[in-house]
Design a protein around this ligand. Structure first.
Ligand code: HEC
Ligand code: HEC
Length: 282
């Protein structure tokens, strides 16, 4: 028997075990927030250099669930295999920030962690939890370390503790509502609702017999405030994470859970701004 054969034999049982382990690591990042144990905070000294911080940031990115959505894969551009953008080269492509948002790399990276919904990378939905919130729960110091790590992906780590802005008070809360939804065509919105079968379960008017709640502005507003969110954030959550909050006596597990993956960020905005508008609906 050749030596490689023996090695292969020996390795086989390990592979499924790794896959199972990988699944649990992945899955544990997805357990609803209430069951998430607060992650251990890492000691980060004010005197650490950006390069030292970047090293801690690399570990945090792995430990705090970022890689459940993101890949760090060289040479494939923004679109990787993940639910979020490929982070390799992020420092190079965002060296000057983004149009309409922060105009420098560190500012943009901090914003993309504090308020992921403030600027949506094209083609992606607003599903990223703000990093001060569960599951990541990054402290200010940890955020600095993660930003340094991200700066090292196609650039040079350059921030020290104290350089970044503090998270805005809002950042601990829900993803922000669409900043300025492109005047969404009513026709586009109707076509999307049709295409995704929303209207087989929802009516616009109260009193029609459907398995889901009516998408009437008054009741949506009421539910949003009961949930403690502004209307835009509430609608995004209801569509992308329908199990997060169930309004009234409706079946809690009927609405498909994968709209976040099916809809692009642009489509989601089109739907949300249509539902939130006071235009008369059919
Ligand atoms: C539930 C999935 C998910 C998780 C978890 C997640 N992200 Fe994201 N992230 C996304 C998506 C989707 C986008 C693109 C939409 C947007 O801009 O918000 C994004 C955008 C980003 C961007 C901007 C990328 C660019 O090309 O401009 C950065 C940086 C980032 N995430 C870092 C992180 C870090 C660091 C963590 C862990 C603390 C994390 N993300 C956790 C889904 C996720
Ligand atoms: C198979 C049936 C079904 C489909 C298809 C469906 N939904 Fe739902 N939806 C429900 C049910 C049931 C609820 C109430 C329980 C819950 O919150 O998950 C709900 C809740 C909602 C809510 C919260 C309503 C409130 O009053 O608080 C919104 C908004 C919503 N859906 C929008 C949509 C959109 C937009 C689509 C299409 C992209 C869609 N739904 C597709 C069944 C469905």
């Amino acid at each position: 028997m050749s030596e490689t054969m023996t090695l292969r034999r020996a390795a086989t049982p390990i592979v499924p075990a790794l896959i199972v382990l990988g699944f649990f690591v992945w899955f544990s990042n997805w357990i609803p927030q209430t069951r998430w144990e607060p992650p251990k905070t890492r000691a980060i000294g004010a005197q650490m250099t950006p390069v030292e911080l970047a090293r801690v940031g690399a570990v945090l990115t792995r430990e705090r669930g970022c890689l459940a959505c993101h890949t760090v894969e060289p040479g494939v551009g923004v679109k990787g295999q993940g639910r979020g953008p490929n982070l390799d080269g992020v420092a190079a492509r965002r060296a000057k920030g983004v149009p309409g948002g922060a105009s420098d790399l560190a500012g943009y990276l901090a914003q993309s962690l504090y308020e992921p919904g403030a600027y949506l990378v094209e083609g992606y939905a607003n599903i990223m939890p703000a990093s001060p919130r569960p599951p990541a729960k990054l402290t200010y110091e940890e955020t600095t370390a993660v930003v340094d790590y991200l700066m090292s992906l196609g650039g040079t780590p350059a921030v020290k503790v104290g350089d970044l802005p503090r998270p805005p008070a809002e950042a601990g809360r829900a993803p922000s509502a669409p900043a300025a939804p492109a005047a969404a065509g009513v026709a586009d919105a109707s076509a999307l609702l049709d295409k995704h079968n929303c209207l087989t379960c929802h009516a616009f008017k109260v009193g029609e017999d459907r398995p889901g709640p009516p998408l009437a502005l008054a009741s949506l507003r009421e539910n949003a405030s009961a949930r403690g969110k502004d209307l835009g954030s509430y609608l995004i959550e209801s569509i992308v994470q329908p199990r997060a909050y169930v309004a009234g006596n409706f079946p809690p597990d009927l609405m498909p859970e994968d709209y976040g993956a099916q809809l692009t960020a642009g489509e989601l905005y089109t739907i949300v701004s249509y539902l939130a508008s006071s235009e008369p609906k059919p």
